[in-house]
Write a protein that binds this ligand. Structure first.
Ligand code: ZN
Length: 300
């Protein structure tokens, strides 16, 4: 095994690394979130099951954002779940991520993905900066785990065998992805070989080992090239301008009604907790020459 990049776990937290097998038609990525994940949790007190699902979604969004070939953003969204009606995670191509979940009272009793988000849908949206077009893929949440649901998304969208292993707890979140290369049919045993070994990963190993140690643990007999670490950070894209667009979308009557009742409109960003205030003068300015906005209310 030749690992061409020096690894130090202290600097590898909050980072994503790619790797390839030199002799096998398989590539992969590893991501580890620490401070970035705890920043996602800072403004909400989630039940453990919702928190862990959100953490898995955060790591998955970074693993998927690593496939973007342009400056843009990937949004992973779960809608319509029984106990989790909404879960949104966004990660930019530069690995700035944010996320939130809404849950109902019984979510802390939920066991497994089905009872959390049964009957819901998983949507993956890819947007390129400065472009209107976007790509959206939707898959039903039929798998037993978020990994399984994402694997069926890959099967439909990229048609390349792809497997994910995700793990999250209160302190950190980690993910590991393997994907067959387009010429993988010439070596079917290779895919079997790398995935059987990855299935032996224990959650503690996925969450606790840096990429180099994890790859050595699984593939010490293979020739793996590990690339340098890309930093991942929590960063919210909310801004006063985006909140203004949301308020315009609500309509003048409703927003003026809030101002006359409360004296101002106060909006807290659900992703980062930052507060925005709009007094009577601000609100009148908003509706003086405003086009209608289409920003969804929960995405500032
Ligand atoms: Zn924010």
């Amino acid at each position: 095994m030749s690992l061409q990049s020096e690894s130090n776990f202290a600097v590898e937290r909050d980072s994503l690394r790619r790797f390839i097998f030199e002799q096998l038609p398989v590539q992969g990525r590893h991501v580890h979130l620490d401070a970035s994940w705890r920043a996602v949790l800072e403004h909400q007190d989630y039940p453990a099951a919702v928190r862990n699902l959100l953490g898995e979604a955060c790591t998955a969004s970074a693993l998927l954002a690593a496939t973007l070939k342009f400056d843009g953003m990937l949004t992973l969204q779960i809608r319509g779940g029984a106990s989790v009606p909404l879960l949104v995670v966004q990660c930019t191509s530069g690995f700035n991520l944010r996320g939130l979940a809404h849950w109902r009272g019984d979510a802390d009793q939920a066991a497994g993905l089905k009872s959390l988000v049964g009957d819901g849908q998983l949507a993956i949206t890819i947007e390129q900066n400065q472009k209107v077009e976007r790509y959206q893929g939707i898959v039903p949440l039929e798998g037993a785990t978020l990994s399984a649901c994402l694997e069926s998304y890959f099967q439909r969208s990229e048609q390349l065998p792809t497997r994910l292993w995700l793990n999250a707890d209160r302190d950190s979140a980690a993910g590991f992805l393997l994907q067959a290369m387009p010429d993988h049919e010439n070596n079917a045993d290779a895919w079997q070989h790398v995935t059987v070994l990855a299935d032996t990963l224990k959650p503690a190993e996925l969450g606790g080992l840096p990429a180099q140690a994890l790859l050595h643990r699984l593939y010490h007999e293979d020739d793996v090239r590990l690339f340098g670490a890309a930093p991942v950070a929590f960063r919210c894209q909310c801004s006063r301008a985006r909140i203004e667009a949301t308020l315009r979308g609500l309509g003048a009557a409703e927003v003026r009604g809030i101002v006359s009742e409360l004296g101002k409109v106060h909006v807290d960003c659900e992703f980062c907790g930052r507060g925005y205030d709009f007094d009577k003068v601000d609100v009148e300015g908003l509706f003086a020459s405003a086009p209608m906005a289409t920003t969804p209310a929960q995405l500032h």
